[in-house]
Design a protein around this ligand. Structure first.
Ligand SMILES: *Cc1c(COP(=O)(O)O)cnc(C)c1O
Length: 479
């Protein structure tokens, strides 16, 4: 397929703009040496170009997308529509509070709903991603200990079933990471936790449900152990899709949490679009929250910094339109809908897991939450077919691969997250495909290394694609 620049024909254009009805002024542009290098195409050519591009992309709108740990659910078009209303899109971040009362109300309401859903007292909408929310939460923990003169608390405990961003965020926030193992069932090893806590413990970061899709049954015991040692508890709430409306981190002993609006609350995850990872906390941490806080003074909304704010985590007020979508989503599904979402996410995952477990080895033999992990180690040993080969074969059948080789504690892992928005028919069809590919893997293992055969690109160099993407068009003659 040609790039849009290669399709360009000089002089071709689209009449989007009305005819000029004011005097032409050109001196401002006198400093431009060459004309702007934009592709020149007619409207139908542009339309076909993007339609062709869309056809080459695999997305939730095109088929089943069970990418574990990512919550690739269908996001209702209604929420996009609400976020595209001019009252939301045409504002400027430097406008006076008095001019944007409605937008401030959107922020305040979203904060309140997220606080209620997570069991926290205050929420900052400023962080732009999940990991960014973690970093923010850890800075809150650091600010808290410092404010009490408790400088010796330098360590954050992170179980090995945590999402990879947890230890990374802890290091970025200046902490030392203490890793603790999981027990055979995939839960936090309580003896290891007890041995790890002490006067140097700043806190614990718990991903729950964890990266193997399990809810830790000892969660209250875990948070109690950390609190008794003087540490704070951080809840990685990126997997909130499994538990929202049913249990709340704030009720289980957590002091700080982040949630991923671009997973749970109706913004697509992945694809490089804007995200949002709000940070919530208990009241005693609220004075440290970042960014501008919205307060209500006699019915008028005002913005101001918290007393001991850690500062700004990004420009202005976060990704506002993502926040609008989250509020539209929460309001449209309602209190019962929040709970039903989690229930159906868990039901769908358990349904698929059970329907596959006679043929596939599940990494853990228990009821899962919103996702489950299988290990293809036996297949690899017996046939040489790897989890990667298996995932590639699924793409030939119209299924986006599950997450591969993650979590790291499971070998030849495939992590499947069906999400609540998939109907039973899709799950049944997927189950049949998984089983058929497994049969093929045993019958013709050599052929599995060649898959996929039907996609636009077969096996790209994934490291190169991630590390050295080519995102710039080299014009002939450009430097
Ligand atoms: C996705 C995810 C994150 C990180 O979120 P980003 O927005 O990608 O930074 C953190 N923790 C868990 C459990 C996740 O699933």
């Amino acid at each position: 397929m040609k790039l849009i620049f290669e399709k360009s024909i000089p002089g071709r254009h689209t009449d989007f703009l009305p005819a000029l009805d004011v005097p032409e002024v050109s001196e401002d542009f006198a400093r431009r040496i060459e004309p702007l290098r934009l592709p020149e195409l007619s409207e139908v050519q542009i339309d076909r170009h993007y339609t062709e591009l869309a056809g080459r992309t695999r997305g939730v709108n095109g088929g089943f997308y069970p990418l574990g740990s990512c919550t690739m659910k269908y996001n209702p078009a209604l929420n996009e529509r609400v976020a595209s209303l001019p009252g939301f899109t045409d504002i400027h971040p430097l406008q006076d509070d008095a001019d944007v009362q409605g937008c401030l109300e959107v922020m305040k309401k979203t904060e309140e709903y997220l606080a209620e859903i997570t069991g926290m007292d205050a929420v900052s909408l400023q962080p732009a991603a999940g990991a960014h929310g973690e970093f923010t939460g850890l800075l809150l923990i650091r600010a808290y200990h410092r404010s009490r003169g408790d400088e010796g608390r330098t360590k954050i405990i992170v179980p090995d079933s945590a999402h990879g961003t947890n230890p990374a965020s802890a290091v970025m926030a200046g902490f030392e990471v203490v890793n603790i193992p999981s027990d055979a069932q995939g839960y936090v090893d309580l003896a290891a936790l007890k041995a790890a806590v002490g006067p140097d413990t700043a806190g614990l970061m718990l991903t729950n449900p964890n990266t193997v899709g399990l809810f830790d049954p000892n969660i209250e015991e875990i948070t109690r152990i950390v609190h008794e040692a003087g540490g704070l508890n951080y809840y990685d709430g990126a997997n909130l899709n499994a538990v929202m409306g049913i249990v709340r981190p704030g009720d289980m002993g957590f002091d700080v949490v982040h949630v991923n609006l671009h997973k749970t609350f109706s913004t697509p995850h992945g694809g490089g679009g804007p995200g949002s990872g709000p940070s919530g906390c208990k009241a005693f941490l609220a004075p440290f929250l970042p960014g501008l806080r919205v307060t209500d003074e006699d019915g008028t909304l005002h913005s101001g910094k918290a007393d001991n704010s850690i500062g700004d985590m990004r420009s202005f007020r976060g990704n506002f339109l993502v926040i609008v979508k989250a509020l539209a989503y929460i309001l449209s599904i309602g209190r019962e809908g929040v709970k039903e979402t989690a229930e159906n996410a868990v039901l769908n995952a358990n349904y698929m897991m059970r329907r596959l477990s006679d043929v596939f080895d599940m990494a853990y033999d228990s009821t899962c939450m919103h996702e489950f992990v299988m290990t293809l180690e036996r297949l690899k040993d017996e046939t040489g077919v790897s989890a990667l080969d298996f995932a590639k074969a699924l793409t030939d059948c119209g299924i986006h691969p599950p997450t591969m080789y993650f979590p790291l504690i499971v070998h030849e892992a495939l992590m499947v997250e069906p999400t609540e928005t998939e109907p039973k028919e899709t799950l049944d069809a997927a189950v049949e495909i998984f089983r058929k590919v497994m049969e093929e893997a045993y019958e013709k293992p050599e052929e599995m290394h060649l898959k996929p055969l039907t996609t636009v690109i077969r096996r790209p160099d994934e490291v190169k694609a991630a590390r050295k993407p080519v995102v710039r068009y080299d014009y002939p003659g450009s430097v």
